[in-house]
Write a protein that binds this ligand. Sequence first.
Ligand code: RB5
Length: 149
Amino acid sequence: MKIAIGCDHGGLEHKNAIVEHFKERGFEVSDFGIYEQISVDYPDIAVKVTSAITSGECELGILVCGTGIGMSIAANKVNGIRAAACSEHFSAKYTRLHNNSNVLCLGGRVIGVGTAIELADLFVDTAFEGGRHQRRIDKITEIEKCKEI
Ligand code: RB5
């Protein structure tokens, strides 16, 4: 599995820990930064990670900012992206099972590094359930078609 990952200055430590962990697990990781503790605008990173997914280069993505919320708002503006800001295990699992989310957003100022790694693992290890949930995803895709760009 190839995973895209990125963060702003609120999530550097968490992002780096997840990158290292995923590499140890044998995943291919595309790390879109940041790579040092500089201040950046989270939408710029969200665009890089989501583009890697919509282009087909990566299957799933992880975005880390201070809360996970800014990244999720930005990522969800992109057609084909279903981003979920999660801070506990149940949501990280069920957003894959039921929402077929393709981006997990985490808050570096909300959860610790250990929890972030656990949630990232749960997210990438859980498959979409399909069935009745596919109908709901299709309705979300219909909403995207109403967008002007
Ligand atoms: C940056 O200070 C902070 O606003 C950002 O990381 C994030 O929490 C936004 O939602």
